[in-house]
Design a protein around this ligand. Sequence first.
Ligand SMILES: [Zn+2]
Ligand SMILES: [Zn+2]
Length: 139
Amino acid sequence: MKVAIGKITEQGLKLDEKIPAALLNLDGFDLKFVDYLTVEAVFNKIYSEITSKVDIRAHCQITCSRCLIEVGQIKKYGFQKSYQLNKLGDFLDINDQIREEILLNFSLKVLCSPDCQGLCPCCGRNLNWGECNCLKSGN
Ligand SMILES: [Zn+2]
Ligand SMILES: [Zn+2]
């Protein structure tokens, strides 16, 4: 998302934009971003500062680290940042901040759901689909 500094006033400037996920090059090993990131941003000019408040919604395809199933998830990110007006050129490009924010919030383990039961260590059955006989027999 790139905004012309001249358009940001004391009254604020609200923008929303869809950014192709591929453009930000974010894919991790077990987490892939698909389609678009929806970015909503509010910019304000306060004296010699530009402030930004940014909300991001992303569609991801994750591979659960417990049960190894692939599921789609929506992830939300947000940040606020201010910039010194005299250090900015004619445009403010926040794509780097968006990318940084998402990478900072990468979790080591991605789960299909917080209470994922994982796989049975004996037979490999996905326990989210029900118990297997190994557990019932007490082994
Ligand atoms: Zn899982
Ligand atoms: Zn089992």
